[in-house]
Design a protein around this ligand. Sequence first.
Ligand code: GLN
Length: 452
Amino acid sequence: TAAHITSMDAARGLNAYITETPEKAVEMATASDQRRAQGTVGKMEGIPLAIKDLFCTKDTLTTAASHILDGFKPKYESTVTTNLWNEGAVMLGKVNLDEFAMGSSNETSFYGNVVNPWRRQTDDQPLVPGGSSGGSASAVAAYTAMGATGTDTGGSIRQPAAFTGIVGMKPTYGRCSRWGVVAFASSLDQAGPMTRSVRDAAIMLEAMAGFDPKDSTSVDMDVPNFEAALTGDIKGLKVGIPKEYRLDSVPAEIQSLWDKGIEWLKAAGAEIVEISLPHTKYALPSYYIIAPAEASSNLARYDGVRYGLRVEGKDLADMYSRTRAEGFGSEVQRRLLIGTYALSAGYYDAYYLKAQKVRARIAEDFNTAFKEVDTILTPTAPSAAFAFGEKSGGDPLEMYLNDVFTVPASLAGLPGISLPAGLSGDGLPLGLQLLGRPFDEETVIRTAGVLE
Ligand code: GLN
């Protein structure tokens, strides 16, 4: 995939890591060797992972790629990373992201842009890795880690996976604990694996997932053996193709990759069914009300008192406002303003409540479709990786539109996977997305295993 990444320096040039943790890696790998010698191996024994810098890691810098968390070393470890360490995984470091996971290109990090290891065949311009889990995606695509954790609120695992030619899975909302993951939009945030194969994603998801009494939205259900779902058999499986996802604005090569995916599934014995998800066009507008609204509430805690950065002022209110003005980047500030507005008295009903009603309709669309089909196939994103500045220069809506295929499943809380399915005309990876019923990650994984 990344032929020009031939040295550690070249890999470092991608700016995927915010903090490398070599001492920790050696310590964890040594402990892993000892366990192996004793014959007690976990599901992820000795597997080196990169951790999105949104997961709190005990005594290790956790930044959310924001200036406002300067110097923040949590006193606790997130449940998901704890689960991974309990299965023997080894931490290589904390990886870059869009600030507070707000973005689709990794251009909003206080720690600088992450670069995609891929280049177009036609020019040598550096490209974005997607976002917000862009550091995770680049780290895995450039072979600097076997896998990485990501988080997905509206596509932040699936879209960067598609842009970098790897596999990214967002599990059902409630499958992985959000405890110790820096919150963006709590009703949408989910952690998931980013790996180079579907099998790796299945193994890693099993290690990450599980009920956690410390997260009230974590669901008390058994975690299946996801790897066992990779039977290779999808005969008779009903795959839905949503007609509303055939957008004119989507390039022909992405439409045709989608058609190829349909043919591959047919050839494997699946039955293709056209479905309708009529409220699709309202997904982006309602997401971009709900996510900023929840963010404005969650990020109220960064006040210069409890965490990281403090910029002194003439009184307490002045200290708050200076800290937040300097500590948050412009995209985060934009969202906090939108979110605060949407939640304020007089506007709440018109915006937040309305968006919540639309969200219920979108979930209903999927419920209806899943009475007829077992999984849904769509493209992951309406474009391949793009150049820096291409969508971040002017109207923010340009960037938000890149989430058009990932956001609906986020609003409905459904599991989804993106897998590399082909190349664009100029040689960039393109992804296909499979969605499933709530807590039916197994069907999604099984189908992805056949498409891979
Ligand atoms: N691109 C979307 C946003 O900026 C999704 C981000 C995410 O999933 N964390 O909100």
